[in-house]
Design a protein around this ligand. Structure first.
Ligand code: KG4
Ligand code: ZN
Length: 341
């Protein structure tokens, strides 16, 4: 089966071709530079950029996969959650193509697709990935922070999520307070390597609460007050590195400890992680250490598949077709607030 998949939920325009669990192409046009001067994603600009980029990105994806659109068996797109105008571009293009070609259309939940990215190894979906179910999956990016119990294929339950800012948002916003460029996550990751994570003490929000939820806005506020009270610190590179390492340590400790606690309680043997923040080297290392210590198998999405991409949308769409999941109608609308159950 050959699937053409479109992803336009936020600031990446991506089109992939997936066939029998293998990624034939996965083209991503990132809009990071466009939004950098605003310090965050501007929804209207994101949608216009998707309109501009979608067709050339789709053409590249088909070319790279060495197929024509007539050879596609089904067309998938992210239906939600995401920025409404951004979602509209990909969803309506996919539905129009499915209509014109008289092929099935599959609307995909972006978060559910993230659950599959840790199982893509090289360009192929790991054949025996269902052996590692149930597992606990951390989805952590600029827009979302979720802990999900994956019971079996296409069968999961959200254990908890952020009640305010996402972890990536916390990286980006605290970085902005330090004067770092957007997105600050990767910059903090780099600077933190030369810093001392115990130099400054920041709160570990909800760490000891008996739930699987997260909260990062209070941490951001405490960094704001800290910088207000120590403005000279930003002039000293060593201290900025210490600040980055300390903020990063606070975010990571909460993510790792709550993930491990959930995995123990749910009695699973495997932990997975995906989403842009999963590119963070310290998070990858701490998850590895914690999983090794507690006897969990760990599957981290490859860095190129941590951030938003259409390959994960295509992989999930194919699994849904194979499982004969009822497909949405061709004129279904976007679901900007589509929460994973
Ligand atoms: O998954 P993604 O591309 O988009 C969504 O937000 O859905 O994730 C982008 C987020 C940004 O907040 C960015 O700062 C963060 O992931 N990020 C990182 C790193 N690389 C990307 N955060 C910390 N360390 C990194 N190395
Ligand atoms: Zn995402």
């Amino acid at each position: 089966m050959t699937i053409l998949a479109l992803e336009t939920s936020c600031d990446e325009t991506s089109v992939a071709v997936v066939r029998d669990g293998k990624i034939l192409s996965n083209v991503v046009a990132s809009q990071i530079e466009l939004h950098a001067e605003y310090g965050g994603v501007v929804p209207e600009l994101a949608a216009r950029e998707h309109l501009k980029n979608l067709l050339p990105v789709a053409q590249s994806a088909l070319r790279e996969a060495e197929i024509s659109i007539a050879q596609v068996d089904a067309i998938a797109a992210t239906q939600g959650p995401g920025l409404p105008n951004a979602l509209l571009v990909g969803l309506k293009a996919a539905q129009a193509a499915a209509f014109a070609l008289n092929k099935p259309f599959i609307g995909v939940n972006h978060h559910e697709a993230h659950l599959y990215s840790p199982w893509i190894s090289g360009e192929t979906l790991t054949a025996d990935f269902s052996k590692f179910q149930p597992n606990v999956s951390l989805i952590v990016s600029g827009g979302h922070t979720l802990l999900v119990l994956v019971k079996s294929e296409l069968n999961h339950r959200v254990l908890g999520g952020t009640i305010d800012d996402a972890a990536g948002e916390c990286f980006d916003k605290t970085g902005k307070l330090m004067g770092l460029p957007y997105p600050a996550g990767p910059v903090i990751d780099k600077l933190a390597e030369q810093g001392n994570p115990t130099a400054f003490a920041f709160p570990r929000p909800l760490l000891h609460d008996a739930n699987d939820d997260f909260s990062f806005s209070g941490l951001k506020t405490s960094v704001r007050y800290f910088i207000r009270d120590h403005p000279a610190l930003l002039e000293d590179r060593k201290q900025v590195c210490d600040l980055c390492a300390s903020v990063q340590a606070a975010i990571i400790e909460v993510l790792v400890k709550k993930t491990i606690r959930a995995a123990k309680r749910e009695n699973v043997r495997c932990v997975t992680a995906s989403g842009g923040v999963t590119c963070n080297r310290a998070l990858r290392l701490e998850l590895e250490k914690a999983c090794a210590k507690n006897g969990f198998t760990l599957r981290l999405a490859e860095k190129s598949l941590c951030t938003d991409n259409a390959a994960m949308i295509g992989i999930l769409a194919e699994r849904k077709l194979l499982a004969h999941v009822p497909l949405p109608l061709l004129d279904e609308e976007i679901k900007p607030g589509w929460a994973l159950a």
